[in-house]
Ligand binder design. Structure first.
Ligand code: AMP
Ligand code: ZN
Length: 488
C-alpha cells in the first residue's frame, strides 16, 4: 500500500518512512497496564497516543493487529524483579484474592479508556493466560545458551548476550555506564552478572500466584511476558512496538535481548515511545502519589483541580501536544483545551445551518486535506492537525456570519473531511449537543432506562448511568417527582 507516513523510530533515533513488513497486515504491540491499581491520567496519555496511531494507520487503509497486554502477574516492585509482588501486596491490603484485584482494576481500566473513546485493541492477552508460552521461551533461551538456573530461578545472562548482540541498541547508552549504575553483587546474590535479570522466579512460600515449571514452582519475570505474547500473536518479527518512554531503558531493552536470544532476530522494526504527562514538571506516577485518577478529573474532586472536565476535553488536551513531547498538567492548560474543544464542536454543530451559495467557495478542500495529511504523516503530529482545524473553525464561523461563501459540493466535502480528521482520526466525540430540545428528549430516554434498571434492582447499571453522565458533565437528581437533570 502506498503511503507517505514517516515515524520516529527510537531504535535508529530518526524519522523513517513507514514500510510495513507485510503489506497486508501491520502488527503493533503496546505494553499495557499493570492492573494492581487504578490507571492514572499519565497512563491514559500513553494509551490515547497509541489510539491515535492505531486510528491513523487504519484510516490510511492498513489492516492492523493491535496487541496490548495486561500485566497481571510477575511484576515486582523493582524493574529488575526485586521487592514484593505488587498484586499480592494490594490483595492483602484490600482483603481480596490477587485475581480479584486483577479483575477489579482491569474492568476499571476498560471503563476509563471507553470514556476516552479509545478503540479496543485487536487482542488483549494477559500474562497469567500465557504461562506456558513464557516457560517455553525461557527453555529456548537456556537451550541457546543465554540463560542459567540457580536454585529454581532462571536468569538472563547479559554478559553472554553482549558478546553476540548490542544490549544498548535502544537507548544508546554505554555498557560501562549501565554497569556503574547498577549495584554491585553481594554475597547473597545468585546472579552471575550485575545486569542479569530474572526470567523465572522461584516462589517464596508466602507467594500466592505460582505455577509449576521445569525449574521450580514460581512465576515469570515481568519482561518475558511481552516477548512471549508478542511472538505468539505477531510472530518473531513485527512492525511496531510501543510504550511509554520510561519503559525503554529496562523493560524494552530486556524484551529485545530476550527475543534475540530466543529467535535470533530483533522483534520489532519500529520502536515508538510516548513522552510523559507531568505535574509541575515531575512525571505523574503511581509511586510518587501525584497521579490524578481520571474520574477525579471528570468530577473536579482533587485538591489541585479547580473544576471538573469532560473526558473529551481531556482527550483534546492530550492531543494538543505531540506524543513525543512532555505534557504538563495545569488548570490553565485544561481550561484552554476545554475552550478550544468547545469552539471546534460548536463550529461542527453549525455545519447543518450553513447555507451554500452558488458562487466560489472560500475554501480549498483539497489543499486543506493535503495539509492535514502532511501533519499526520509527519510522525502523527496532532497539534499541527488541530491548528489546521482551527483555521476551518474560523472559516465556518465566517460563512455562518455571511462573510464568506461555500458551494453545496464543498459543504458536503467539508463534512466528510471533518468526520475523517476530527472523529475517525483524533477520536473525538461531539458531547456538545446543539439544542436544548434534543437534549431534553435524549435525557428523558436515559432517565426512563435508568428507572427500568432500578425497578429490576439492577443498581449496578443505574449507578453506572449516573456516574457516566456525571463524567460528561450531567448531574441526575432523584426527587419525589421523578429524576431531574442539569449540566454541571
Ligand atoms: P504501568 O501500568 O505503570 O506499567 O504503565 C502503563 C503505561 O503507562 C506504560 O506504557 C507506561 O510507560 C505509561 N506511563 C506511566 N506513567 C506515565 C506518565 N506519567 N505519562 C505517560 N505515560 C505513562
Ligand atoms: Zn511490555
Amino acid at each position: 500500500m502506498e503511503n507517505n507516513l514517516y515515524l520516529y523510530n527510537t531504535l535508529t533515533r530518526k524519522k523513517e518512512k513507514f514500510q510495513p513488513l507485510h503489506p497486508s497486515l501491520v502488527g503493533m504491540y503496546v505494553c499495557g497496564p499493570t492492573v494492581y491499581s487504578d490507571v492514572h491520567l499519565g497512563n491514559c496519555r500513553t494509551f490515547v497516543s497509541f489510539d491515535l496511531i492505531f486510528r491513523y494507520l487504519k484510516h490510511l487503509g492498513f489492516k492492523v493487529r493491535y496487541v496490548r497486554n495486561i500485566t497481571d502477574a510477575g511484576h515486582l516492585e523493582g524493574d529488575n524483579d526485586e521487592g514484593d509482588d505488587k498484586f499480592a501486596k494490594k490483595a492483602k491490603l484490600e482483603q481480596l484474592e490477587p485475581m480479584e484485584i486483577v479483575q477489579k482494576y482491569t474492568l476499571g481500566f476498560h471503563d476509563v479508556l471507553r470514556l476516552f473513546n479509545t478503540l479496543p485493541p485487536s487482542i488483549e492477552p494477559t500474562a497469567t493466560g500465557h504461562i506456558s508460552e513464557q516457560i517455553e521461551m525461557v527453555q529456548q533461551i537456556i537451550a541457546n545458551g543465554y540463560a542459567y538456573e540457580v536454585n529454581g530461578t532462571v536468569y538472563f545472562d547479559v554478559e553472554k548476550y553482549v558478546k553476540d548482540y548490542d544490549y544498548t541498541v535502544l537507548t544508546n547508552r554505554k555498557l560501562d555506564d549501565m554497569l556503574n549504575n547498577t549495584r554491585e553483587l553481594g554475597g547473597q546474590d545468585e546472579k552471575h552478572g550485575r545486569l542479569d535479570f530474572a526470567l523465572w522466579i522461584k516462589a517464596k512460600p508466602e507467594h500466592i500466584m505460582r505455577w509449576p515449571s521445569p525449574w521450580s514452582v514460581g512465576f515469570p519475570g515481568w519482561h518475558i511476558e511481552c516477548s512471549a505474547m508478542s511472538r505468539k500473536y505477531l510472530g518473531d518479527q513485527f512492525d511496531i512496538h510501543g510504550g511509554g518512554m520510561d519503559l525503554a531503558a529496562t523493560h524494552h531493552t530486556n524484551e529485545i535481548a530476550q527475543s534475540e536470544a530466543c529467535n535470533h532476530t530483533t522483534p520489532a522494526k519500529y520502536w515508538m515511545h510516548t513522552n510523559m504527562l507531568t505535574v509541575n514538571g515531575a512525571r505523574m506516577s503511581k509511586s510518587s502519589g501525584n497521579g490524578f485518577l481520571p474520574h477525579q478529573l471528570f468530577t473536579g474532586d482533587h485538591p489541585l483541580l479547580e473544576r471538573g472536565y469532560t473526558p473529551m476535553a481531556v482527550r483534546f488536551f492530550m492531543l494538543q501536544a505531540h506524543y513525543r513531547s512532555t505534557l504538563d498538567f495545569s488548570n490553565e492548560a485544561l481550561d484552554a483545551a476545554d475552550k478550544g474543544f468547545k469552539r471546534l464542536m460548536t463550529a461542527i454543530n453549525l455545519l447543518d445551518k450553513l447555507k451554500p451559495s452558488k458562487g466560489k467557495s472560500a475554501l480549498n478542500i483539497a489543499d486543506l486535506r493535503a495539509k492535514c495529511y502532511a501533519a499526520m504523516d509527519d510522525d502523527f503530529n496532532s497539534p499541527i492537525l488541530i491548528a489546521e482545524l482551527f483555521e476551518v473553525v474560523r472559516l465556518i464561523n465566517s460563512i455562518y456570519d455571511g462573510k464568506a461563501a461555500i458551494s453545496a459540493p464543498d459543504l458536503e466535502e467539508l463534512k466528510t473531511f471533518l468526520q475523517h480528521f476530527v472523529f475517525d482520526i483524533l477520536g473525538l466525540q461531539n458531547d456538545q449537543i446543539s439544542t436544548n430540545d434534543s437534549m431534553d428528549e435524549i435525557m428523558s430516554i436515559v432517565i426512563k432506562l435508568r428507572d427500568g434498571a432500578k425497578q429490576n434492582k439492577d443498581f449496578a447499571t443505574s449507578d453506572r448511568i449516573r456516574e457516566e453522565l456525571n463524567a460528561i458533565g450531567i448531574q441526575l437528581k432523584d426527587s419525589k417527582d421523578g429524576t431531574l437533570w442539569n449540566k454541571i
